[in-house]
Every structure is written in structure tokens, then in C-alpha cells.
Design a protein around this ligand. Structure first.
Ligand SMILES: [Zn+2]
Length: 264
């Protein structure tokens, strides 16, 4: 079988284990079914996810021009504390920003190697945690807009990591911690204006179970720009990565906008 199309991040379905799908324009592929099989990935070109032009991808699936003009990749995405839609102040497109920022957001602790703090829209639970390859996650607060989530994250960043260590996540090198106990410990760090949104009693710890037959000991990242053709046996899927028997890992999300063919 051969599949061809523009890569976008894998769609996921929460389950035991999590189900992964590659969705192309005219077909889709349940990636779990490729476990223990040889597959071949070839780079065929590029297509910007925003303007659709066949231009080289700059970042996050966008060409250079779109990355610096689209409202979907403003600075407040990566730095939620810079959100200003709740004040009626525009960054790139106020209507878009109001739609995305003025909705319930969660600040959470996730465990992918060590404890990490992060922000997500409530609708992205548990998708966001699956995309990060977290094995456990718990919500700390639910707030009505992105700004309040952002200032909470900033207050917690002095105490927890805010980035995923992807090498440790992929080799399954995970600290033993109790996220429920950790949430109780951090209550006093929450900013005053967010205290009323703190989750204190909820028993809502998520356990996430990935389809991995065998974790690599050491990982090397596949870069299609440098190696436009790769073949290997798929041994696992975690986060947005495909794991291969020889230790090669492929970040599907990191290759958004790349046009590929996949032979199974
Ligand atoms: Zn573009």
C-alpha cells in the first residue's frame, strides 16, 4: 500500500492504548496497525498549511510569509501571558484572537520525563498531553481565558520545567512522582486572581498508555531535509513521534507541511 499527502500532526483517540491516525486529503491511516512492520517514508515536496502554496516550510507547517503574518501563530500562542484579547487589544486579528483566547483554559502538570507545567485550551484535553508524550497529567486550574492561564504558568515556571525533554520522553526515562500530591503543594504559588479557579478536590489524574512495543535506548532524529528517504521497522508511537527499531525517531508534528509518500 502507498499513501501520499501533506503531513499534519497525527490525530489521536484516547484509549488503552492511544490510537493514532495520519490524515491525508483523500485517505487516512491508523498508524497503530503498522507496528512491527517495515515502512518507507519519502519526501516529495512541501505545501504550506496556511496558503497552500508549494513553498519551503519555515516553522510549524507554515511558509516564511505566513509564519510572520497569520493570526494562528502570534507570540501569545507560545507565551500565553502575552494574550490581550480580554482587554480588546489586537495582536494580528482581534476576531480570531477573541475566539481562541476567550474560552476555558487549563493549566496542568504533565509527566513526560520530569514534571512540566503547561497551558492548553480545555477542548484540547487530553489531546495536548498525548501530543507531548506525557504518561500522566493533571489539571491545576480551569480559567475563563488564556491570559489568566498564562500568568499562572509564569508563576509556576520557577518551580517546574516548561519544556518537554523529548529524548527522555522517547527512551521512557521517567521520574517517579505523585502529581495529585504535587498539586496540593503548589496551591500557594497560584496568583491571587486565579486562586478561585484552583482544582482542589477533583480526582482527575489522567494515565496515558502509548502503543510502544519496544523503547529505544538511544535516539537519533530523522530529518527529511537531510535524509529524504528512510526505511525502518516501526516499534512504537509516542507523543507525535514514530519510533523505529534502529533508534531513529521521526517527529511528525515537526514535519508538518512536508509532502510525503509512505509505503507499507
Ligand atoms: Zn504560506
Amino acid at each position: 500500500m502507498q499513501y501520499e499527502g501533506v503531513l499534519t500532526k497525527m490525530e489521536t483517540e484516547y484509549g488503552k492504548p492511544i490510537q493514532y491516525y495520519l490524515v491525508f486529503e483523500n485517505s487516512f491511516l491508523n498508524v497503530n496497525q503498522l507496528l512491527d512492520k517495515n515502512i518507507e517514508i519519502s519526501l516529495e515536496g512541501f505545501q504550506c498549511l496556511n496558503c497552500g502554496k508549494k513553498k519551503k516550510i519555515y516553522r510549524q507547517g507554515f511558509c516564511y510569509e505566513c509564519f510572520y503574518s497569520s493570526a494562528a501563530v502570534g507570540d501569545w500562542i507560545m507565551k500565553p501571558e502575552l494574550s490581550t484579547a480580554h482587554l480588546g487589544i489586537e495582536d494580528r486579528d482581534l476576531v480570531y484572537e477573541q475566539k481562541v483566547q476567550l474560552q476555558p483554559h487549563i493549566v496542568y502538570l504533565a509527566l513526560s520525563s520530569e514534571i512540566k507545567v503547561g497551558v492548553t485550551r480545555k477542548t484540547q484535553v487530553p489531546t495536548r498531553w498525548i501530543d507531548q508524550g506525557a504518561t500522566q497529567a493533571i489539571a491545576i486550574v480551569e480559567v475563563p481565558n488564556r491570559y489568566l492561564a498564562g500568568i499562572t504558568e509564569v508563576a509556576l515556571k520557577d518551580h517546574y520545567a516548561d519544556k518537554t525533554n523529548w529524548r527522555k520522553m522517547l527512551t521512557n526515562d521517567i521520574e517517579a512522582v505523585d502529581l495529585v500530591a504535587e498539586r496540593i503543594k503548589l496551591e500557594h504559588l497560584i496568583p491571587t486572581e486565579v486562586q478561585e479557579y484552583f482544582y482542589s478536590e477533583k480526582n482527575d489524574l489522567y494515565q496515558l498508555d502509548y502503543p510502544v512495543l519496544q523503547y529505544p535506548v538511544k535516539v537519533k532524529s530523522l530529518n527529511l531535509d537531510k535524509m529524504p528517504n528512510f526505511q525502518g521497522k516501526l516499534t512504537g508511537i509516542k507523543g507525535q513521534y514514530l519510533l523505529f527499531e534502529d533508534g531513529t525517531v521521526f517527529n511528525v508534528r515537526g514535519s508538518e507541511g512536508y509532502m510525503v509518500s509512505i509505503k507499507v
